[in-house]
Write a protein that binds this ligand. Structure first.
Ligand SMILES: [Zn+2]
Length: 450
């Protein structure tokens, strides 16, 4: 072959090589960006913005964060990363946190936009690289929501410690979180059916374990984290905790306790473990289940006590567990024990949705129902379960049969009601007049009396 022929081949190989390299460096894969995707609302405490940029192909070239508004642009973050157009960049990932403060942002003069831009070392964009860009509307909101309590013509709410209450209120703007605070316990607010956009209702409990003088307040927090509270006249009837001694029999310690104790252990120590650690685990699970509530009441009227049942143990009783005259453990009984015939049908206390149907430790075969607005009911120690999780049930629908599963000495129904995280005495909810007086007026807007 002639010399010129070889040269042509070499030039062709070089051209293909350079072309291939150029093609490789001309990649069009946009850098990755993990950042918020919706409008940002900044409150007085500001906001931490976590960003993560990545580019595996050509490497990161720059990360730029700025706020643009009619008065001009303010750069909040600007970094360039090492690299060159020939070999690309060396950094494939970069994480950073940008602090957005109302003070450093200054007064916003008009619509503002937070722009995040990430570039890589590709040859695209006339050698300025591929860009991933996000423009987010940005708002500063230093105004806390205003709250107006609208419930109760007389203006006074009477609540029993261990019992329930309800309140209707209006907020001045959409909230991220609102409800009622009783001491440190919080109860969620929900839209008030048939009310305006910012009309809210909350069911709440006054827990037994706290000071009866603990304040009861409506709270509201907006998306920017601005929060406010409002009180109203609440009269609390303090709770007197009844005490009861429970004598544990050898049969109970040797036959019931091993069902629940780790390793099937029997005796006093095993009972103590079940009555503290296992109980606490079960209660934690119940509260997680109960959080899954509907934003409206799923029943009308009141709850119903199990038909033909006799109360054998009441709500809130402090139980002292005894073996041979010695105290070995304590617990508060946050439900009612209802005795009926052995294997009696257990019916729903009211219409609702099944949150749980299965084994629940000390409660044995257990059904938990949601009734909406944070109100839930629990049925323990069943010998048989007839409903499936997530099913809608009617009031009085059969859920199963009574039994003695879990930590039970004999056939009975353990029935309990909760609002949010807190057990409440069902006796109020069983009373049609109490519901009519204490809850119903807040469920629907009442016509103004003429
Ligand atoms: Zn019980």
């Amino acid at each position: 072959m002639q010399r010129s022929g070889w040269l042509l081949i070499l030039v062709l190989i070089a051209a293909i090589g350079i072309g291939g390299f150029a093609w490789y460096r001309f990649e069009g894969e946009s850098p990755g960006l993990q950042a918020p995707e919706a409008e940002l609302v900044i409150g007085k405490n500001g906001m931490k913005l976590d960003l993560r940029a990545s580019d595996a192909r050509s490497g990161l070239r720059s990360l730029h964060v700025a706020v643009a508004q009619p008065a001009g642009e303010k750069v909040l973050f600007d970094e360039s990363y090492p690299g060159n157009l020939l070999s690309g960049g060396t950094r494939s990932e970069q994480a950073t946190t940008v602090q957005l403060d109302p003070a450093t942002l200054g007064p916003l003069t008009g619509p503002a936009t937070l722009s995040i831009s990430v570039r890589d070392w590709s040859w695209r964009g006339a050698f300025s690289g591929n860009e991933t860009r996000r423009d987010l509307p940005l708002r500063v909101d230093l105004e806390p929501p205003r709250i107006e309590v609208t419930s109760g013509i007389s203006g006074i709410t009477y609540v029993r410690q261990g019992g329930s209450g309800s309140v209707a209120y209006r907020v001045s703007e959409p909230t991220a979180r609102d409800g009622v605070r009783v001491g440190t316990a919080e109860f969620r607010g929900f839209p008030r059916k048939g009310g305006g956009a910012n009309e809210r209702i909350a069911l709440f409990a006054f827990p037994t374990g706290i000071d009866a003088k603990s304040p009861v307040r409506v709270f509201a927090e907006d998306a920017a984290g601005n929060s406010s509270e409002a009180g109203w006249a609440v009269v609390v009837q303090p709770y007197v905790q009844p005490e009861g001694k429970v004598q544990l029999t050898q049969t109970f310690l040797e036959q019931v306790v091993p069902r629940l104790a780790p390793g099937g252990a029997a005796g006093d120590v095993a009972f103590q473990e079940v009555n503290t650690r296992v109980r606490a685990e079960n209660e934690k699970k119940i509260r997680e289940l109960a959080a899954n509530t509907a934003p409206e009441l799923l029943f009308t009227g009141n709850l119903h006590q199990l038909a033909n049942s006799k109360v054998t143990s009441r709500f809130g009783e402090k139980r002292i567990y005894m073996v041979d005259g010695r105290e070995i453990s304590r617990a508060v009984h946050f439900g009612y024990d209802l005795a009926s015939l052995s294997g009696a049908p257990v019916t729903a206390t009211a219409a609702g949705r099944v949150l749980y149907a299965g084994d629940l430790g000390i409660y044995g075969n257990c059904v938990v129902l949601d009734h909406g607005l944070g109100l839930a009911s629990l049925y323990g120690h069943l010998s048989r379960i007839d409903v499936e999780p997530d099913a809608r049930v009617e009031g009085d629908q059969r859920l199963g049969l009574t039994g003695a599963t879990g930590l039970a000495g004999g056939d009975h129904l353990h029935f309990a009601t909760l609002i949010g995280n807190t057990y409440v005495d069902p006796i109020e909810w069983w009373d049609a007049k109490w519901v009519a007086d204490h809850v119903a007026p807040n469920l629907n807007p009442q016509p103004i009396a003429q």
